[in-house]
Ligand binder design. Structure first.
Ligand code: SAT
Ligand code: MN
Length: 613
């Protein structure tokens, strides 16, 4: 076994903490790689890795004339999304994982994983990837180390996190750090030819919340393999946050400035592939507005010294959905992808550039599709996989905020919850108070997308957009949100909370609201509500805008569209309430009393309304 240590791989030798070195040795003994490389995070290292992957066939270098320093990866067709059925929370007690997670007993899972990881890196390199979530030196920031046999994972982690020697240098005997082990599960016999995208039909994405460990086997897809992201920054971090009194959330963060020069920071939770990246980079259609981006997927929030709610984006890059990203839906994203980007499962043009549905109004006459096959517009299949992705540094985003790496975070003035709902849920509604906010977050449902395996379009509850990402019992998570609000109320200001739905459809099946840049009109109402500048109508589900409360000037909307967008069907909502009651029943007596009380308020207000009408 060859060991490439930091001192031989880097010009600034970094001493390695003994506990870390011992752990790496232990994992190497189990997985038996041919080589160990301690990653420095340097550009030279990234170049070497990508050159090796091009030679191996894992990456295709895109034409530098159109897209310099950029690559296309084609995954195995069976390894294209998160595998929620194979994702486990291995807490000591089953009830601590709760009914929304797959649970496995830690000892049994360790035995299973021990068998799978034994010799799993044979013929490969074990990369040691020290990473920080959050800006180095920030009180929010947490450290982890991922051991992986995938160079694709290393290259992606270099874009998505702060990674390498600077982080390694911060690991001392007193540092707390998360242990993450990843293998594609495809050992190579001596002389065996590797495939372009090694993976294994057997997959385990396992989390041990009590010991803050992650073990991922069999997949190289982002959400299953870049363990800093969903596994560490959400599943493990949500448990740390519960224990330490903060929040780890599936939220974008943006800064909005209105024509009067008033700025606010807003955090917003939407399920995967529901437009978080587009919202975070929104190009406003109303003159005088500016939207700046802090983050597009994950937010860590805590009460600052000043008592206010503050948030950081723990990531350093964007792992966004490519299809649907185009000049009219997300100009900033198109521009940030000028180069230095890794694309996964998009299509390839004949002159060597990346393409996906929505990038241009009409597709090129010929492409190579995400599986490497010839494609023409007559093929009848998508050229890019619906969950194809781009990976790019946040710093390349034209709308990135100057504050995106502020070690103290930014003050959050409002929180938005959203989902993808064809009916019932209005364009925007404001929660009455914190308990009602938690009730709204806890009961959100959304139609499923291609970001995870499952039936696209089927309605499922996705509380706080955290269904796949909460590392403990969801009912305890609701209780944590309730107590977090009490702490905020005690010392600072509690942010106002809103629910939005960009996806409501009319009877003809078409979206009622134009979305994208026009969503600034909803932000305008939200900011005016926070500042107490506009009134609202109280309804059973919260405060709705007054008639004409949303500025629709210059919008080409059919007559009655705004009424449809805000239509409240009491009978349908009474059925929603019944659905919520059965949903709560799945959590037994762990559901906080405040949420049962909110359900009763909803019901009695609906009944009063139904009788009155
Ligand atoms: O694949 S990821 O989990 O990283 C992205 C997402 O589904 O939100
Ligand atoms: Mn996400």
């Amino acid at each position: 076994m060859t060991i490439v240590t930091p001192s031989s791989a880097s010009t600034s030798p970094v001493p390695v903490d003994e506990t870390l070195a011992a752990w790496v040795a232990e994992i190497a003994e189990l997985t038996t790689p041919d080589r160990i490389v301690w990653c420095t995070g340097s550009t030279a290292e990234f170049d070497t890795l990508t050159r090796e992957m091009v030679a191996q066939g894992t990456l295709t270098r895109l034409n530098a004339e159109f897209r310099p320093y950029s690559f296309l990866a084609r995954s195995d067709p069976s390894d294209v999304a998160r595998v929620e059925q194979r994702t486990f929370i291995c807490s000591e007690r089953e009830e601590d994982a709760g009914p929304t997670n797959n649970w496995a007993a830690p000892d049994e899972m360790r035995a299973t994983l021990g068998g799978l990881f034994a010799g799993s890196m044979r013929g490969r390199t074990l990369y040691v990837v020290p990473f920080a979530m959050g800006p180095l030196g920030s009180p929010f920031t947490r450290i982890g180390v991922e051991l992986t046999d995938s160079p694709y994972v290393v290259a992606s982690m270099r874009i998505m996190t702060r990674m390498g020697s600077d982080v390694l240098a911060r690991i001392t005997p007193t540092t707390e750090w998360v242990r993450a082990v990843h293998s594609v599960g495809a050992p190579l016999a001596p002389g065996e030819q590797d495939v372009a995208w090694p993976s294994n039909p057997v997959k385990y994405i396992s989390h041990f919340p009590e010991t803050r460990e992650i073990w991922s086997f069999g997949s190289a897809y982002g959400g299953n393999a870049l363990l800093a992201k969903k596994s560490m920054a959400l599943r493990i971090a949500s448990v740390m946050a519960r224990d330490e009194g903060w929040l780890a959330e599936h939220m974008l963060i943006l800064k909005a400035t209105n024509p009067k020069g008033r700025s606010m920071h807003i955090a917003a939770a939407f399920p995967s592939a529901c437009g978080k990246t587009n919202f975070a980079m929104l190009a406003p259609t109303i003159p005088g507005w500016t939207i700046e981006t802090i983050g597009d997927d994950i937010a860590w929030l805590r009460q600052g010294e000043d008592g206010r709610l503050r948030a950081i984006n723990p990531e350093a890059g964007f792992f966004g959905v490519a299809p649907g990203t185009g000049p009219s839906t997300n100009r900033n994203a198109v521009d940030m992808l000028w180069g230095n980007s890794i694309f996964t499962n998009v299509a390839l043009t004949d002159d060597g550039d990346a393409w996906w549905e929505g990038l241009t109004p009409t597709p090129p006459a010929h492409l190579t599709d995400w599986q490497g096959n010839d494609w023409t517009p007559a093929s009848g299949t998508p050229a890019a996989h619906p969950n194809s992705r781009f990976t790019v540094a946040a710093a390349q985003c034209p709308s990135i905020s100057d504050d995106w790496q502020n070690p103290d975070g930014v003050v959050i003035d409002a929180i938005i919850f959203g989902g993808r709902r064809t009916s019932n849920v209005p364009l925007v509604v404001e929660a009455r108070d914190w308990d009602h906010s938690v009730f709204i977050g806890a009961t959100i449902s959304s139609e499923q997308t291609a970001a995870a395996e499952g039936t696209v379009g089927s309605l499922r509850r996705d509380p706080f957009a955290m269904l796949p990402f909460c590392g403990y019992n969801m009912a305890d998570y609701w209780a944590h949100w309730l107590s977090f609000g009490r702490a905020l109320r005690g010392r600072g200001r509690v942010p106002r909370v809103f629910q939005v739905n960009w996806f409501r459809k009319g009877e003809d099946g078409r979206f009622l609201w134009p979305g994208f840049g026009e969503n600034v009109r909803v932000l305008e109402w939200i900011m005016d509500r926070v500042d107490g500048e506009v009134g609202a109508v109280e309804t059973p589900i919260g405060y709705l805008p007054l008639r004409d409360g949303i500025d629709t000037s210059d919008l080409d909307l059919a007559d009655g569209t705004m009424d449809e967008l805000f239509a409240l069907d009491d009978e349908a909502w009474l059925r929603e309430a019944d659905g919520i009651e059965s949903y709560f029943a799945e959590f037994g007596d762990r559901v906080p009393a405040e949420l049962h009380a909110q359900l009763e308020v909803l019901r009695s207000m609906l009944r009063a309304g139904a009788e009155g009408s």
